[in-house]
Each structure stands twice: as structure tokens, then as C-alpha cells.
Design a protein around this ligand. Structure first.
Ligand code: FE
Length: 196
């Protein structure tokens, strides 16, 4: 099995006070690692183990899919945040958001609404789809790759992502993520790759 837990680009306490060290540590070293361990157990001795994680996500179903997608989603989620993130995007990203949502604020509202209203566990995403940016949510482990949409930004709205810091107040976590944590440089590189 070739997959490793992708190292975090920051320390466990780097996102505080917005997301506390305990949340990041448990989320990364227990939940994220748990998905990886289960994936390894499921496919470690099979031909699938030699494939890219993205291909495994697109080819599998059931619990193998759930664990593979959750590994992919979390690898991506950690990179979507940075200490002192948030604020306004620049350049190409700002232009693309204005083009497809009307304004950056309209995008923020749409993304927040998708994150707040996903019922139960899931994810909200900004995706690149046929030359356009769109906001969507997915349930449980589901990943937009299976709909041939390229993820550009995501927020994890499983309770394990915010409960220690925000308890039941998902909306506050979502607002904080948008205002203080989004890694716009990562978004810009995803957008550039998606456009090819
Ligand atoms: Fe999570």
C-alpha cells in the first residue's frame, strides 16, 4: 500500500483560536488516520493498492469507497486552510468568482448556505465543472470527482470537524472558516490546474 497520511502544512495549534489544537489533532491523527488504516486493510493486498487514490475513489463503492474518499477529502481539506487565511481572494480567483456568482460575497453566501444546510454529515465544495465554478454539497464521504467535477475548495461539516470548538453551532464554524481560514493560494492553484 503506497498511501501515507499527508503531512499537515502547519502545527496542531496553528489554526487557533478559530479551530483549536485538540480538534485538529483528533481530526487528523484519529479520524483521518482511521480512514487510511481502514482503506489499507481493505485493499492493501489487492491490485487496487497500486492505483492513484483518485482512481480508487472513482472506481470503488461501499466501504472501500467511503474510506478512500474520506482520505482524499481530508488530504484536500487540510490544504484548504491556512493560519491567517480568509479575507479576499485576488486575481484570477476573484475574477472567476465574480463571473460565476456575481460577486465574491455572493459566492461566500452560497458556499456558507451549502455548508450550513447539508443535512447530517458531509462536505460543501467549490468545484470547477465544464469551465464554470459551482457550489455544491455532498453527503457522508461523497466526492465531486465521481461527477466529473474538479474540487477547488472544501469544508468538512462532519461534527468531528467543529464540535469541540463550536458544539452545535455549525454556522459559526462555517463563517469562521470563510472569514479566517480559507487558503486562497491553494484555491488559485486548484483553479489553474482545473483550467489546464
Ligand atoms: Fe473530517
Amino acid at each position: 500500500m503506497q498511501f501515507k497520511l499527508l503531512p499537515l502544512d502547519y502545527s496542531y495549534d496553528a489554526l487557533a483560536p478559530h479551530i483549536g489544537a485538540s480538534t485538529v489533532e483528533i481530526h487528523y491523527s484519529k479520524h483521518h488516520k482511521g480512514y487510511l488504516d481502514k482503506l489499507e486493510k481493505a485493499i492493501g493486498d489487492t491490485k487496487l493498492a497500486d492505483e492513484d487514490l483518485e482512481d480508487i475513489v472513482c472506481k470503488t463503492e461501499g466501504s472501500t469507497f467511503n474510506n478512500a474518499a474520506q482520505v482524499w477529502n481530508h488530504d484536500f481539506y487540510w490544504k484548504c486552510m491556512t493560519p491567517k487565511g480568509g479575507g479576499d481572494p485576488k486575481g484570477e480567483v476573484a475574477g472567476a468568482l465574480k463571473r460565476d456568482f456575481g460577486s465574491v460575497d455572493d459566492f461566500r453566501q452560497k458556499f456558507a448556505e451549502a455548508a450550513r444546510s447539508e443535512f447530517g454529515s458531509g462536505w460543501a465544495w467549490l468545484v470547477h465543472d465544464n469551465g464554470k465554478l459551482k457550489v455544491r454539497s455532498t453527503t457522508d464521504a461523497e466526492n465531486p470527482l465521481i461527477y466529473e467535477q474538479t474540487p477547488v475548495l472544501t469544508i468538512d461539516v462532519w461534527e468531528h470537524a467543529y464540535y469541540l470548538d463550536y458544539q452545535n453551532e455549525r454556522a459559526k464554524y462555517v463563517k469562521t472558516f470563510i472569514d479566517h481560514l480559507i487558503n486562497w493560494d491553494f484555491v488559485a492553484s486548484n483553479l489553474a490546474n482545473a483550467r489546464g
